[in-house]
Design a protein around this ligand. Sequence first.
Ligand SMILES: C[S@@+](CC[C@H](N)C(=O)[O-])C[C@H]1O[C@@H](n2cnc3c(N)ncnc32)[C@H](O)[C@@H]1O
Length: 258
Amino acid sequence: MNAQQPSPPPATAAPELQARFAAAGGKPTYVRGMFGRIAGVYDLMNRVMTGGMDRRWRDFAARKVALGPGQIALDIGTGTGDLAIAVARRGAPDSRIIGIDFTPEMLALGEGKLQRLGLTDRIELRQGDGEQLDFPNEHFDACCSAFVVRNLADLRQGFVEMRRVVKPGGRVVCLEMSHPRGALFGAGFHLYFDRLVPLLGKVVGRAFDAYSYLPSSVSAFPDAPALKRVMEDAGWQDVRYYYRMGGIVAVHVGTRAR
Ligand SMILES: C[S@@+](CC[C@H](N)C(=O)[O-])C[C@H]1O[C@@H](n2cnc3c(N)ncnc32)[C@H](O)[C@@H]1O
């Protein structure tokens, strides 16, 4: 775990982002529409943008989920299924994952991937809202997400809902974009992320708008210590975080008290 440092309070979304959400009829509608439009290029853009590092980050998160024999996890915002697949590969052979997402276009691509990989017996994809989980209390051994919580309308409430469906002693694992550490590294990263990534999105996916949302949404997102506090405030305990690649992403892990 990294040294805990005081950090500024979480930023709220910039006026420009707020305007986009309002024009779409709210953040969830905006987010769902955006992922519906970019679903076809989503996986390719991940590989291109990160030089393939996104797979390693998901694998790191999957090792924290570490499903034991007979255990079951919920993957929130599963999209095209890459985190669920990583969790299945790192888990016991008879462990299972349910992945939910509110964008049918992403799920359809995920379903095809699971069939090609022969993982349909271990991973089930369902349409659902990550902020209102359609599962009973204390149902899962773990709850995980990758690059999702930044998109939630109410971050704290999202973690409250995850805690509700996880069994006492169970865990939460959250992989999310964070804020690079160090002024020079941060400046270089922002040059790439804020300027080049939207252009890449335009060239690869004809989706400048979606890939300009990405850096804006990260700027408005809490840094790792602040996210830890949000999770603790939502009832998670022993929350730790692990920076990957100089803080470009962070993996937060917490447990539900027994
Ligand atoms: C950046 S993608 C991440 C997909 C996948 N987890 C991965 O690692 O590639 C974010 C996904 O979260 C979904 N999402 C965002 N907010 C959601 C919500 N409130 N309920 C369900 N899905 C949501 C989007 O539809 C999208 O598929």
